[in-house]
Write a protein that binds this ligand. Structure first.
Ligand SMILES: *Cc1c(COP(=O)(O)O)cnc(C)c1O
Length: 234
């Protein structure tokens, strides 16, 4: 086995244990490989090892790896900050845009999906830690957006995504994950046009077990699958 296959097997086991502890079915929790800065070969290895989804952060990487058929055999999601002038390269090219994080982007996505004559699935990203450094809807603006979501006739919201503050200790983000779950359940209990709460995407390498304890249905894991990212290639 390659190290990627070993890592994926290990994470699956951790997911199984965390789900079991929470009285949940591990089969209902999907594993999204956060593939940023990893090449097509690494992505193929992760898919061969059985990750459910590939999540890409940068438009340029998405375009390059798509051209190399890197994602063959797995759905691909966009999970990074998306500039409005790049929506054309993403809408219609990914199964889910997890990082719909502001009204201006929703307008741009709607316009592009309408132009293509498609319905684009998205998640609404919530800035649950209220961090200045992060984009995403506040819980209040999220509810306002969902209330009028019917106006986006070419978009469908399938759930929520969150990136809480970077955690260094286990349990640190428990409160944020719980708040996300409460939002998810509240919205799920009501009826809104073009909105159905299927996915709650939260939890990364450092904290996915806590996220599962709090009700995450999709974890996005990079480092624990591929190893540390080299941000300064020589
Ligand atoms: C990089 C990234 C992840 C994975 O982070 P790790 O800590 O490497 O597991 C998850 N979600 C998003 C949006 C990311 O950009």
């Amino acid at each position: 086995m390659t190290h990627i296959a070993q890592n994926v097997a290990h994470i699956r086991e951790q997911i199984r244990l965390a789900a079991q502890k929470a009285g949940r079915n591990p089969a209902c929790i999907s594993l999204c490989a956060a593939t940023k800065m990893n090449d097509a070969e690494a992505v193929r290895a992760a898919i061969a090892a059985g990750v459910d989804i590939c999540g890409e952060n940068r438009v340029q990487e998405l375009v390059e790896k798509s051209a190399q058929n890197a994602y063959e055999g797995a759905p691909v999601h966009f999970i990074g900050h998306l500039q409005t002038n790049k929506v054309r390269q993403v809408v219609g090219h990914v199964d889910l845009i997890q990082s719909a994080d502001r009204p201006g982007l929703l307008e741009a996505l709607e316009k592009e999906a309408a132009r293509q004559g498609i319905c684009q699935n998205i998640l609404l990203e919530v800035n649950i830690g209220n961090e200045d450094s992060k984009s995403g809807f506040t819980p209040q603006s999220l509810l306002e957006t969902i209330d009028e979501f019917g106006k986006y006739r070419h978009l469908k919201t399938l759930g929520l995504m969150a990136i809480p503050p970077i955690s260094t200790h286990p349990g640190e983000n428990f409160q944020f994950f719980s708040e996300m779950y409460n939002l998810f359940v509240d919205i799920r209990g009501k009826k809104y046009d073009n909105v159905s709460m299927v996915h709650l995407s939260m939890g990364m390498s450092n904290d996915f077990e806590d996220a599962i304890a709090c009700g995450s249905t999709m974890v996005r894991v990079g480092t624990a699958i591929f190893g540390p990212r080299n941000y300064h290639p020589v």
